[in-house]
Design a protein around this ligand. Sequence first.
Ligand SMILES: [Zn+2]
Ligand SMILES: [Zn+2]
Length: 587
Amino acid sequence: MKRVPAALAALSLLWLAGGALSQPETGARTSAGQGFPHIVRVRLWYLHPPPTLKLIAEPGPARVRKCAGCAESALASLTLRAVGSRIQTEADKSTTQEVRVVGTYQASTGNQPTLKADFPIDIRANEGQLLVTASIPMDEYIAGVLAGETGTFKSDETLKAMAVTARTYAMHFGSRHALDGFDFCDSTHCQNLRISDATPRLRKIVEATAGEVLWYDGEPAATYYHANCGGTTEDGRFILGYDEQRAPYLKQHSDTYCVRNGTSQWRSEVSKHEVQRALVAEGVNVPGQLRSVSVLQRTPSGRVEFLTVTGSHSITVPGLTFRSAMGHNIGWDRLKSNWYDVQVQGDKIVFHGRGSGHGVGLCQVGAEVMGEEGHSYREILAFYYPGTRLGVSAQGIQWQQLTSEDVVLFTTRPERDRFLLPLATRMMHEAEESTSLVYSGAAKLKVYATVAAFRDATGDPGWVAASTRGNTVRMQPTDILQEAGTLEATLRHELLHMLVEEHAKPGTPLWFREGLVLYLAQPNGPMRTSNNFESVSALEKALRSPTSEQQMRQAYADALARVSKLVAQNGRETVIRWLQEGLPSGQ
Ligand SMILES: [Zn+2]
Ligand SMILES: [Zn+2]
């Protein structure tokens, strides 16, 4: 399936009047004051940094910058190689310290799946390895985590529960790699990320829960999750990093859902020699030669808390340490969980166990059964994280859905926002009539509760009133738009965008689509002349990634002037036809 490049999807950035929102611009944080920036920096190929990287502008366009102060140039194809701590371009052997790539492009390392990207990456080198850091909108990151962590879930409700869980987890644990200059790695150390495998379905799931987080005591909860609890979840105090004051919702409780289809039992065996080697590698020195392993103490759930490991004499080893030693040095498939019995058979240690993962928090197998049995994602989250509150802010506000024939409205304040439903329906009909184009889908409107929630969810700055992605318009709180006097203009603009985008021939430049929307919103406005950008490509670039509100305004003015001129010269019908058939060359 083809993904919609973000640069094309975040279509409209309409400003708010008068800089009324300059104040909320400070600090891209959620309303709780401890959220996460809407753009997260993710280290790709964290466990195996590639020595070389081949970049191609597919589907393109893409641009490359080969040093901090250098000018950008168009990227066609480029192969980079790490030479010590410098990056060498294969074609001309020139070297540099850092490379930045933006646009839509593919990156391949040779031995790992090709990355299809529409986000900027920054590349550096260290000891012959390329360190690649991507800047990704939070929601796109969550969709990639769902692709990496949820395998083949069938239930949408389970996926929604996982989307909230993954988002909350990221916000709770925050930037684990801040000292290395990025937020998350793409491995299970943070959360397993498969950004290229994020499907439209997963994006829809993320969108449906946009901004929703599980809160406890005003903070994002520590939403640990695991594959299969085996019938009883584990109390949080038996894993590392647990803070009872902060996470009383991580309680041991029985899970009848995940054992519906039988308990997941497993058996594995490892030679004594391998066990000893793994322990030593983890820093546990077994005296003499390892002779036996036995369970010393179990947690109330039945999981192994301490083991006795006997060589020339006996030592006590925590179950967590034992399992990570095995995992890191032999493989995580040997001790799938901490719930097992141990037997010594000749020179082998044999494990019989159940479940998979640490057992704390949400059990993915159980959650999937709950979803398939018709439970909502709210019920799934309440079952696995009892006592937390779901909401888009610390106050626990929830999305409500209002529907008319053509419009679906998502709001956290239905009483306040209900009037948008007939208004948007009427505006869409007017837009269809005036263009003779028909919008085939149902337009979705999402009104965020606060400026911060809007900014966190969309990745747009606070001076942006609304933006459209696919068939969803995402708006600032209605009272803020009303105060600024731009509510109706904003809504009309975004609905026109949906219509225009649905009918635009692929590859139609943004200045034309944007200018056409602006023209259609006010077809009888005065004739405009505006020429702030010396070239079409400079204008296109400013529209795609404006550096300031002022630049955005200038770019809009230019786009409108260009399209107005085309309409004056060729007639309105012709210009609308160009939208569908493509611009004639030279325009
Ligand atoms: Zn990590
Ligand atoms: Zn379970």
